[in-house]
Design a protein around this ligand. Structure first.
Ligand code: ZN
Length: 412
């Protein structure tokens, strides 16, 4: 395969929502990832049940595997999707796909064994949350920011709920979500499209004819500014946490919006003119450290997270004021044309020089699939980035600094 060949191709499957191959000649172990396009957001039952279901559906795939076959595998659930993957040498791909598609079968584990899985999740809860001093702050922010929207839901759930997850609810959620037409397959590794297609064609996909429930309609609620001081004696440092959710006036195609957000992030995170690094860190010594992240929620919401620790002798309030003043100033003046040109050309050059471009294509494909969008090829991604104009970023920054739902926690 030449360096410029398409790494991403679409495979034909009438049973699945979609199937893709990402070819990577340096990846001899072939992975197959099945992504169910439903996660905790789509779970109408107790919080955390989507994750319990992931454990139970995974049990479906573990039977009848020959004991001499040492495969790599994992499963996960988040708010948006539930995923399962298996990896092995190419000759194991047919059997791996067959195993993977067993997540569509009705949950058929031993009921006692399935009930016991709740104890495993309780241990997982202790492992993930037991020592997490930010647990209550995170829950508070999520609830304040998302209100009644299902994004406020917890993926892990509470120990009380976990201990009593009803198997009947898990079965009902399985029927509603684990349907081939609600699933996307992604094969990754050193295999040609023809080979992958012919293997996929030989593997039978169990049919599940349950009608998909109509999507539930939610909104994020009206604009809000919710500021709270929180005492967290265990926290080693003072911290400002700033979340903002903004609705765009019109929908922007997912790939175009993602390209704009990646470039805007690089501008704001920089020490160039129009970046926050200068005013917050190196010129005025306001923040000892900061992290900013930007993202989108289909079809037309943006979110921004800013986390920072004040520098010596700076109060959390001063840090907050400085962040908001600087953001408003950059938005008002417009982003420096020079900074924009530098950031854009560096980012595109870095992408072009990537050693393993297929890996980048894969990471981006997983993002797209989780947003129910079609993955981009590398060329499409580069084109989306080239298409971004300075005016696009200025408009985006104006929205981000305008009205929205803002949740701020000053943590002592
Ligand atoms: Zn788990």
């Amino acid at each position: 395969m030449s360096a410029h060949a398409q790494q991403l191709s679409r495979l034909q499957s009438v049973d699945l929502n979609a199937a893709y191959l990402i070819q990577d000649p340096d990846q001899k172990i072939i992975s197959a990832t099945l992504v169910i396009l439903s996660g905790e957001m789509d779970n109408p039952y107790a919080q955390g049940l989507a994750h319990y279901l992931e454990h139970l559906a995974w049990l479906n795939t573990l039977d009848k595997v020959s004991p001499d076959y040492d495969r790599e595998s994992n499963a996960w659930a988040n708010k948006f999707v539930t995923g399962y993957w298996l990896a092995g040498p190419i000759e194991k791909l047919p059997v791996n796909l067959m195993q993977l598609f067993k997540v569509f079968d009705p949950l058929h584990g031993d009921p006692a064994f399935m009930a016991d899985e709740r104890k495993i999740i309780l241990r997982e809860y202790d492992f993930r949350m037991g020592e997490n001093i930010w647990k209550d702050v995170d829950t508070d922010i999520r609830t304040a920011l998302f209100g009644d929207h299902p994004l406020a839901r917890s993926v892990i759930g509470t120990p009380q709920d976990i201990a009593e997850f009803p198997l009947s609810d898990a079965r009902a959620l399985h029927r509603q979500t684990h349907r081939p037409l609600n699933a996307v397959l992604l094969i990754y590794g050193d295999i040609s499209p023809d080979q992958a297609q012919s293997i996929l064609d030989t593997v039978k996909i169990p049919q599940n004819t349950t009608a998909k429930p109509a999507p539930r309609q939610f909104s994020f609620g009206s604009d809000l500014r919710d500021v709270k001081h929180v005492d967290l004696p265990l926290s080693p440092t003072q911290t400002l946490i700033y979340h903002k959710l903004v609705a765009l006036p019109d929908t922007v195609p997912f790939d175009a919006l993602r390209a704009r957000l990646k470039l805007l992030y690089r501008v704001l995170d920089s020490t160039y003119e129009s970046g926050l690094g200068g005013p917050l860190r190196f010129d005025d010594f306001i923040a000892r450290h900061f992290e900013i992240s930007l993202g989108s929620l289909v079809p037309k919401h943006l979110f921004m997270t800013f986390k920072a620790n004040p520098d010596e002798g700076i109060s959390l309030q001063t840090l907050l004021d400085s962040f908001e003043t600087n953001m408003a100033q950059i938005a008002k003046n417009g982003i420096s044309a020079e900074t924009f040109a530098t950031v854009k050309s560096l980012y595109i050059a870095n992408l072009r020089e990537q050693q393993r471009p297929a890996r980048g294509v894969k990471a981006l494909a997983m993002e797209s699939i989780a947003s129910r969008e079609i993955p981009q090829t590398r060329e499409q991604r580069l084109q989306s980035l080239r298409n971004v104009s300075l005016a696009d970023l200025d408009a985006l920054l104006k929205h981000l600094t305008g009205n929205g739902r803002t949740v701020i926690r000053l943590i002592n």
